[in-house]
Design a protein around this ligand. Sequence first.
Ligand SMILES: NC(=O)c1ccc[n+]([C@@H]2O[C@H](COP(=O)([O-])OP(=O)(O)OC[C@H]3O[C@@H](n4cnc5c(N)ncnc54)[C@H](OP(=O)(O)O)[C@@H]3O)[C@@H](O)[C@H]2O)c1
Length: 253
Amino acid sequence: MRLGIIGVGHLASALVKGVLRTGFLTAENIVLAPRGHSAQLRAQFGCTIAEDNAGLVNACDTVLLAVRPQDAVAAVSGLPWRSDQIVLSACAGVSIADLAPYVQAAQVVRIMPTIAAQFGESATLVYPALPQLAPLLAALGKSYELKSEDHFEVGSVSAAIFGWAQALIGASSDWSSDKGMDRAQARALIAQTFISAGTMVAKTDEPVSQLLDSLATPGGITEAGLKHLENTAAIEAWNGAADAALGKLEKRR
Ligand SMILES: NC(=O)c1ccc[n+]([C@@H]2O[C@H](COP(=O)([O-])OP(=O)(O)OC[C@H]3O[C@@H](n4cnc5c(N)ncnc54)[C@H](OP(=O)(O)O)[C@@H]3O)[C@@H](O)[C@H]2O)c1
């Protein structure tokens, strides 16, 4: 695979680190658009920088589009697309139908990764899943094939949940250090607590409510905190945030 990247910002930098880390691609097989963080990635890893986006499309079989959603159509328009190419769009809320008229016969595939790809830990959505993309997605972490573009949109909210989980980790570690705990230790402890909680859900088939029942012993600390969260409608607020994020994604379509 020769991977071109149009939109070399925060996300693309993490994806480049992810694919190089596993050795799935070497730097010579990554061609970057001449903007954003490209010069840094060339200095750090030796990636190639294309003269312009047309040269990049000519040189690559797969092109990752990782510009901001409002820049997506302009970024792919007027380029020399071929029918044997894949446009891998990571642009949140930008549909296949939005891009297809501007990439000629190239095939548009949507992905929604996270910056944890740099450590091979992204939960990446893909639609439609093409077998030839499986090794690339595996280099980024675990991938999840969605059955329809509507489901992809719902799943895309997970990219925002990734950020909200970090906000919760930050709040809990600040709370612990405000009570006198060492700041770095509190941060590591709370981060690992979230990893452990996810591991329990991911590695067992038990319904989450059942897992929770076994944790929340009557009169214990988990139950006390859960009651407070219920009484203050915290879970409803969390789901309200998911509704707001989905609404924003759907408005872009
Ligand atoms: N950040 C995340 O964690 C994340 C996760 C999942 C999906 N996404 C999606 O990924 C996309 C990028 O997000 P980001 O946070 O990485 O944004 P970002 O840091 O702002 O990067 C976007 C880059 O695109 C470049 N660009 C814009 N138009 C271009 C063009 N026509 N040709 C070449 N480069 C162009 C910009 O260059 P200049 O700097 O020169 O303007 C900028 O470097 C968004 O659509 C977002 O929905 C992001």
